[in-house]
Ligand binder design. Structure first.
Ligand SMILES: CSC[C@@H](O)[C@@H](O)C(=O)COP(=O)(O)O
Length: 349
């Protein structure tokens, strides 16, 4: 499996996902601004991967601060954390990673050089932990996947979107590893085609059968009983279980409800934001309209036409059959199960 991002000495190497599936190119990042550029242009993307990239970017930021006074260093570092936090709004893992690093630094009595090393080590720990969490989530999720199963997914919630292994695709991988006969329908995921480019690529690498479908085909596919289960990722799950994910996920969930197909969200507990009460309060990123009007630099629409480019939507909790996490498959009422899981009261369902 090709890594999404990793440390090479003191440089953060980020796989440029914009070039996949054609080319495997790593972007060396030597400062925080370069990491933010990768996050904002979607060179690296997916909620957990954004969190890890943020932590690595903060390690680069800390290293660049030349101040010798510890209080002033802390002040300057806190400013940089806020710049990183603002890089993309929807995936809460970014903010979660920023807080984790800030809290660690605040508690440490190390000197400035020690703190710089601590942040770098922590970012590596977050990468390693993320892979472990995804494997646990995959195992929990595989139990709800029928055998055989056609699994439909949206966007890319795979190895590329995480430290490795994936959330929704981690469930697919784990079911496949457990010997279940699974195949995948990858929604192409307009406008940036993460499904066609990335999910299909990951499944091909893994030897798991995959078919790419246009986003609007879920109705016909489900009405013909061609889908057994939906598994998607999430960028932020509100306290009541409403889940933000790539634009089009809500439409998929509505089709699933109409056709009695189970609809699961797979996400680590770091994606659960108890400070956001409902989906209405989740900030939804709006991106450049040119991403909608153009493909590969070619204009599709009349030049006079404007476009809407909401990057995410929110699936209301009542459309979600279960939330697959590292501690188990959580069920409604989510306000209870999510709070208990975040409080560490559920170690295994
Ligand atoms: C495990 S990743 C879950 C989500 O982050 C993923 O489904 C998604 O919507 C990614 O959106 P993107 O805009 O490509 O970052």
């Amino acid at each position: 499996m090709i890594p999404t991002l990793y440390w090479e000495d003191d440089v953060v190497m980020i796989l440029d996902q914009r070039k996949l599936p054609g080319k495997t190119v790593f972007m060396p990042c030597r400062d925080m601004r370069r990491v933010i550029y990768c996050i904002q242009t979607l060179a690296t993307r997916g909620a957990p991967a954004i969190g890890v990239a943020a932590a690595m970017g903060l390690a680069l930021a800390a290293r660049s601060i030349r101040i010798k006074n510890k209080d002033l260093f802390m002040e300057r570092f806190a400013e940089k954390v806020e710049v990183m936090r603002a890089a993309r709004p929807t995936a809460v893992n970014l903010s979660w990673a920023c807080d984790r690093i800030l809290n660690l630094v605040a508690k440490s009595d190390l000197d400035i050089e020690g703190i710089k090393a601590l942040i770098k080590d922590e970012s590596q720990r977050m990468l390693d932990e993320d892979i472990e969490i995804n494997r646990a989530m995959g195992k929990n999720g595989a139990a709800v996947v029928p055998d055989p199963a056609v699994i439909i997914t949206h966007c890319n919630a795979g190895s590329l979107a995480t430290g490795g292994y994936g959330t929704a695709l981690g469930v697919v991988r784990a079911a496949h590893e457990a010997g279940k006969k699974v195949s995948v329908i990858a929604d192409e995921t307009r406008p940036l085609l993460q499904g066609a480019r990335l999910t299909a690529w990951e499944m091909v690498q893994e030897g798991i059968p995959v078919k790419v479908a246009v986003d609007s085909s879920s109705g016909v596919l489900m009405s013909r009983e061609m889908v057994d289960i939906c598994v998607v990722g999430a960028d932020r799950i509100a306290k009541n279980g409403d889940a933000a994910n790539k634009i089009g996920t809500f439409n998929l969930a509505l089709q699933a409800q109409r056709h009695n197909v189970p609809f699961y969200v797979a996400a680590p507990l770091s994606t659960v934001d108890l400070d956001t009460p409902t989906g209405e309060a989740i900030p939804i990123e709006e991106r450049d309209p040119a991403e909608v009007t153009h493909i590969g630099g070619r204009l599709l629409a009349p030049p006079e036409a404007d476009a809407l480019n909401f990057a995410f939507d929110v699936t209301p909790n009542d459309l979600i059959t279960g939330i697959i996490t590292e501690v188990g498959v959580l069920k409604a009422p989510y306000i209870e199960s999510l709070s208990r899981a975040k409080a560490g009261l559920i170690s295994k369902e």
